[in-house]
Design a protein around this ligand. Structure first.
Ligand SMILES: Cc1cc2nc3c(=O)[nH]c(=O)nc-3n(C[C@H](O)[C@H](O)[C@H](O)COP(=O)(O)O)c2cc1C
Length: 196
């Protein structure tokens, strides 16, 4: 498969960048080709502006959006790697999602969250987080993210099957972080094929 990794972190030495790299290593070792979209390094503009509002699936996409859409079109699998910020996506990832997955290109209805205009792609959310697993579960954050992202967003984009991996305790001890990097490698190595 051809795998697109969308990385959101300004620091190349971050844990998030390391997790994305280990995911890429696993995917490469499994025989996949890998393409990296390093949104911060490339200077992607996440702001949803008046140009986006007026185009909104009617006018041709702006060049930067068209470039991201072309990346997606040649991918069979997509991994979004971003740190958990305030129980959600950082602004860069959010803006990339908002601007790139447009009406009439990604989806054209809101009734069926499993129906996309895009072909099925194997989808992975790889999300380092400071929190512990039981903290997130007990407070309801995990359920909230599963509802918003796994049920409510990525089905419209054709992510199937889709996986959400929270890398809990990513700011923790070295052994903890090493285990999470091994987990990232394993996720990349065992990527499932797209399922329609
Ligand atoms: C602005 C900001 C918001 C954050 N919000 C959360 C949060 O809501 N939940 C959480 O578990 N960790 C949160 N964190 C911690 C990050 O997820 C953590 O620093 C990151 O996963 C560590 O990886 P890094 O070295 O790649 O930044 C936040 C960090 C920052 C800077």
């Amino acid at each position: 498969m051809h795998v697109l990794i969308v990385l959101d972190h300004p620091n190349p030495a971050s844990f998030t960048a390391a997790a994305a790299q280990r995911f890429a290593d696993g995917a490469t070792d499994a025989g996949h080709s890998v393409e990296l979209a390093d949104l911060n390094a490339e200077g992607f503009d996440p702001r949803w502006t008046m140009d986006d509002a007026t185009a909104d699936g009617i006018a041709p996409a702006q060049p930067d959006v068209a470039r991201e859409q072309a990346r997606i079109e040649r991918a069979d699998a997509i991994c979004l790697a971003f740190p958990l910020f305030w129980w959600g996506m950082p602004a860069m990832t959010k803006g990339w999602v908002d601007r790139v997955w447009t009406w009439n290109w990604a989806y054209d209805q809101l009734d069926d969250r499993e129906k996309s205009l895009q072909r099925a792609r194997s989808g992975v959310l790889l999300i380092p987080a400071g929190a512990r697993s039981d903290d997130m579960t007990d407070a309801g954050y995990l359920n909230a993210l599963e509802t918003a992202w796994m049920q409510g967003t990525f089905g419209y984009f054709g992510f199937s099957p889709r996986q959400m991996h929270i890398l809990y305790g990513a700011t923790g001890s070295l052994p903890r972080r090493q285990a999470l990097l091994q987990q990232s490698y394993d996720i990349g190595h065992s990527l499932p094929l797209p399922s329609a």
